[in-house]
Design a protein around this ligand. Structure first.
Ligand code: FES
Length: 65
């Protein structure tokens, strides 16, 4: 993975927040949530609507009215 490539954040309304590139994700408990570098390169989707049952990840619940 190219660690010099800038991290990209993409916000969709009402969600999710997509993060791509090189980053470290820290959970609410202060621990790192380990994510495969290939998955990071493709992008992860974080919940910004508050409805996901699998926070911090988006589970598609933002699509429900
Ligand atoms: S942004 Fe998708 S469930 Fe919250």
């Amino acid at each position: 993975m190219d660690n010099n490539k800038p991290t990209r954040l993409e916000v969709a309304a009402p969600g999710p927040l997509t993060v791509k590139g090189s980053f470290t994700l820290i959970g609410a408990d202060g621990r790192e949530i380990r994510i495969d570098e290939k998955v990071k390169a493709d992008g992860i989707h974080l919940c910004i609507c508050g409805r996901s049952k699998h926070k911090p990840f988006c589970d598609g619940s933002h699509k429900q009215g």
